[in-house]
Design a protein around this ligand. Structure first.
Ligand code: 5GP
Length: 178
């Protein structure tokens, strides 16, 4: 894992406590007995979604989509496309969009527009991380795990060149400033 390249920003224990809190908060906010659909944005949100789903003490189902931004650079290039759509209709459902990190906000503002047109009963965002210093498009975040500084972060689902997703702690790449 080349640990010398990595600086721990948030430990696994701190993450677990925060995710448990978010689960309780989400459960308290929705009407009792309403079913909740968690929509994960692949691939970065998979671990956060798995933990969050188990922290919400009510009936939930899950579905996934994935997006790509044009270009291969680390940061979003400004154009997003849906490369994998949901399996099921979200019409009339309470949808919680689960994302790994909101950086420029371009991906989530695109997804909120696309999913909002499908008449869900409600549509909110839960993001593990928020990097507000780099925001280009405003997005309303209902549930936020942690705010992070302007560093390139990996672990707990987030990758660099397809690696580091399985790190338990959230880390910054030492040479990874963007
Ligand atoms: P946005 O559209 O908000 O700029 O970017 C969202 C996507 O960019 C995230 O879902 C994530 O895939 C990627 N991203 C932004 N910042 C980081 C970061 O610090 N680390 C990693 N691994 N991905 C990031």
């Amino acid at each position: 894992m080349e640990p010398s390249r990595l600086e721990v920003l948030i430990t696994a224990d701190t993450i677990a406590r925060r995710v448990a809190e978010l689960g309780r908060q989400i459960d308290a906010d929705y009407p009792p007995a309403e079913h909740l659909l968690l929509v994960g944005v692949l691939k970065g949100a998979w671990i956060f979604l798995a933990d969050l789903a188990r922290a919400i003490p009510r009936s939930v189902s899950v579905d996934f989509l994935s997006t790509s931004s044009y270009g291969k650079e680390r940061t979003s290039s400004g154009e997003v496309k849906l490369v994998r759509d949901l399996d099921e209709s979200i019409e009339g459902k309470h949808v919680l969009l689960v994302e790994d990190i909101v950086d420029t906000g371009i991906t989530l503002s695109y997804l909120m527009r696309v999913l909002g047109q499908r008449q869900p009963a409600s549509l909110r965002i839960a993001t593990f991380l928020d990097k507000p210093s780099r925001r280009k498009e405003a997005v309303e975040i209902a549930y936020r795990g942690f705010e992070v500084p302007d560093k390139f972060v990996v672990g707990y689902g987030l990758d660099f060149a397809s690696r580091y997703r399985n790190l338990k702690d959230l880390c910054a790449l030492r040479d990874g400033h963007v």
